[in-house]
Design a protein around this ligand. Sequence first.
Ligand SMILES: C[S@@+](CC[C@H](N)C(=O)[O-])C[C@H]1O[C@@H](n2cnc3c(N)ncnc32)[C@H](O)[C@@H]1O
Length: 242
Amino acid sequence: MNEQEFYQWIGAARGWRFEDIRSELAPEPFNYYALLAEHVHEANWLDLGCGSAAGLAALIPPCRHYTGLDRSPAMIAQAQATLAPLGDKVTLCVADNFKAAPGAGFELISARHTPFHPASVFALLAPGGRFITQQVEIHDKAALKDCFGRGQNHGASELIAEGYRSAFEPLQPREISLMTYDIDEFFATEDDLLALLQSTPIIPDFGQHPDDMAAFSRYVQAHATPQGIRCNAHRSVLTVIK
Ligand SMILES: C[S@@+](CC[C@H](N)C(=O)[O-])C[C@H]1O[C@@H](n2cnc3c(N)ncnc32)[C@H](O)[C@@H]1O
């Protein structure tokens, strides 16, 4: 299954929400949703790769208009169900982040854990508008990926956000800033970690390689702690002001 097929499949199965997977993150040096919340007021807001719009219902009411797009119809159907109470403040479209977006002159554009084209995003921003993206970074779940010998961005050396920053710099934004963290994340039980791997592309085609369940058991045994099964969460937030 390629990544596009994967998101359509998981979108239909459960959307992009993980409240039932019990995990505890060490204190975050910054929080993406809190950063967004500072800029939603009265904003015409475009959200790329919105998935099922988890975590956004409380942020949308103060904005002027929210447009969410995702190329997976199943994710958009989930987002429609989540955001239905917000009525015509919300527009949701099946669309590709890399193709023409609905509208222009956005005061706020966001992209959480989804790819995008920097020059197109910059063109869609109003003067003074703000783009905020969080990416799952290259060392996320690093020991787990080592144990499987594969994983998303396994072995990459340049931060995803660094690549994006380099692409924005020649466009001469008014401001550009990058923050990262790499912190512990504890999964309550092995079933919680198993559910994560079955619902995300962290280990592509998890369960389909002959050694996968043995690798999973080895990881659980080696990383069990009184707080739970230790993993790590590596994240970046890049902010660009036009
Ligand atoms: C990891 S999920 C994140 C969803 C949401 N942003 C969130 O944080 O809950 C990635 C989403 O990006 C979407 N996606 C990936 N590539 C895309 C593209 N080129 N255009 C539009 N959506 C895309 C997927 O369908 C999926 O819903």
